[in-house]
Design a protein around this ligand. Structure first.
Ligand code: AMP
Length: 114
């Protein structure tokens, strides 16, 4: 996989406002927030898109949800509600080709998304 700017964030070469980190997962604030809370949750393993997830990644990808729930609980937004979004490829608006989950909260989110 081609290295993306998220690899640079993982390696500390680009600064980020990190809200969670362990050996496998990193979460940091989106630089262009679309809601009062907008956090990106990424695997440290460089997986480009949802299309590139393999069976062996199941636990790692599941962990993104576990971390999302922990971040929401810690931020006090779990009960109010939040949205998790994963864009895959151009038609969905994916711009960084390193798998990432958006966690959005803090305002009423409309449906369907644009
Ligand atoms: P997507 O459009 O789903 O690929 O989302 C990529 C996200 O990465 C966008 O919401 C961007 O605002 C965000 N982003 C791009 N560069 C950075 C950065 N240096 N730090 C934090 N978030 C970033």
């Amino acid at each position: 996989m081609t290295e993306t700017l998220f690899t640079k964030i993982i390696n500390g070469e680009i600064p980020a406002d990190v809200v969670y980190e362990d050996a496998e997962v990193l979460a940091f604030c989106d630089i262009n927030p679309q809601a009062p809370t907008h956090i990106l949750i990424i695997p440290k393993k460089p997986i480009a898109t949802v299309n590139d997830i393999e069976a062996e990644d199941a636990a790692l990808v599941g962990k993104l949800f576990v971390v999302a729930g922990k971040i929401a609980a810690d931020a006090g937004i779990a009960e109010e509600g939040y949205r998790l979004v994963v864009n895959c490829n151009a038609a969905a608006g994916q711009t960084v080709f390193h798998l990432h989950m958006h966690l959005l909260a803090g305002r009423q989110l409309s449906w369907p998304p644009g």
